[in-house]
Design a protein around this ligand. Structure first.
Ligand code: XIL
Length: 367
């Protein structure tokens, strides 16, 4: 009998010691802490990310904010930063020569100020969404140089101190990393238009952070390598470029975790800010539970990298919910965003929340 009691005492002691040692070796996953689930249910993703230094943003159309109270409530509750999907582009701002149209962007900036949201200016120089008059004109180099400086100064100085980030140049490279030649600025000025645009924006608002924004530069490859080498040279030449916007219009299976992380890091190591600017991960060719799970894991992969990279300060989806996506109602590229059309948070939302709430090391759980 005595030996049985002794045996139980020794066993109990060993269990206690092992458990205590286990606790020290394997830090308690926050999700094992009951307060974690309270936090998950009570705290919006945007606040959990703000605590980690990341602004959660989305693209919006100003008119929809004005006319749809449910949508407006959803945006105010879940996002800290707003990007005008269309109203900040030349096709909208300057539909005819010399006739600037700022009303919509003014309304967005006023809305953001009222509700303490940031605005990301998108985009000053892009070969997309250009007004017809601009595309049809034969631009002499001196003419286009003068117009570009006047346009950028007019737009950026109007919102000086109100729009802290600008996509100065958008999508200037082709998939191979060469200059996109179907670009009026490149046709007339060659690559000189890019430093010109950044210097003009910097003169207009010396405190704004100026970005180069593009797609399919998330992984390492021809296009991102070419961009890296060009940005490195621009920085050495004193071009006021402060950050890179990685659009992240991605499909399932991309990017490779480590490749994406190392790619962001090499740009950050140049002293650049990193914004994930147009994130959407559509389910290609129909939705299945397996694709939805993989989508959530890829969203988390993007956020894990952003959390790890010094200077990654914004995670912006291109649309707030599946009912407000530029992919439209396509069944071929469906369900790309964090919320359903009825503004219900989906699996990707919780994947990002778990990333925001968990300490370094536990993110591997989602490997
Ligand atoms: C898209 C908008 O979502 C569409 O509504 C518009 O018709 C075309 O432009 N990369 C960009 C964005 O930088 O400006 C584009 O937005 C999507 C691709």
């Amino acid at each position: 009998m005595l030996s049985l009691i002794l045996h139980r005492l020794v066993f109990t002691f060993l269990v206690l010691v092992t458990n205590e040692r286990l606790q020290r070796v394997v830090p308690q996953a926050p999700s094992e802490d009951p307060r974690y689930w309270q936090f998950v249910t009570d705290v919006p993703l945007k606040d959990a990310l703000a605590a980690r230094g990341i602004l959660l943003g989305t693209a919006v159309r100003i008119e929809e904010l004005r006319k749809d109270p449910r949508y407006r409530k959803h945006i105010l509750e879940h996002f800290a930063l707003l990007t005008p999907e269309y109203e900040g582009k030349m096709a909208y701002i300057l539909p005819e020569p010399h006739k600037y149209r700022f009303a919509a962007l003014d309304r967005l900036v006023a809305f953001a100020k009222k509700y303490n949201k940031r605005v990301r200016g998108h985009t000053l120089i892009w070969s997309g969404d250009l007004p017809r008059w601009f595309k049809e004109k034969e631009w002499k180099p001196e003419e286009l140089r003068a117009f570009t400086e006047e346009y950028i100064f007019t737009v950026v100085s109007r919102y000086r101190g109100e729009i802290p980030y600008w996509d100065v140049v958008n999508e200037a490279l082709d998939l191979a990393g060469d200059w996109d030649e179907d670009n009026p600025w490149y046709e007339s000025l060659k690559e000189e238009y890019i430093p010109l645009a950044f210097h003009a924006a910097h003169r207009a608002d010396p405190n704004a952070l100026l970005f180069y924004n593009d797609f399919l530069i998330e992984g390492q490859g021809e296009k991102s390598d070419a961009l890296y080498n060009r940005v490195k040279r621009w920085k050495e030449e004193g071009v006021p470029i402060h950050g890179i916007g990685f659009q992240c219009h991605l499909f399932l299976g991309f990017p490779d975790r480590e490749e994406f992380l190392q790619n962001l890091k090499r740009f950050a190591d140049l002293g650049l800010k990193i914004h994930l600017t147009e994130v959407d991960l559509p389910l290609a060719f129909g939705a299945t539970p397996g694709k939805r799970l993989k989508q959530a894991i890829l969203y988390r992969r993007l956020m894990d990298a952003c959390l790890k990279v010094q200077g990654c300060e914004a995670f912006i989806t291109w649309g707030s919910d599946d009912g407000h996506s530029w992919t439209g109602k396509s069944r071929w590229f469906s369900e790309p965003l964090l919320f359903s059309p009825s503004f219900t948070p989906k699996l990707p939302y919780f994947a990002l929340l778990s990333a925001a709430l968990e300490r370094e090391g536990y993110s591997r759980l989602m490997e």
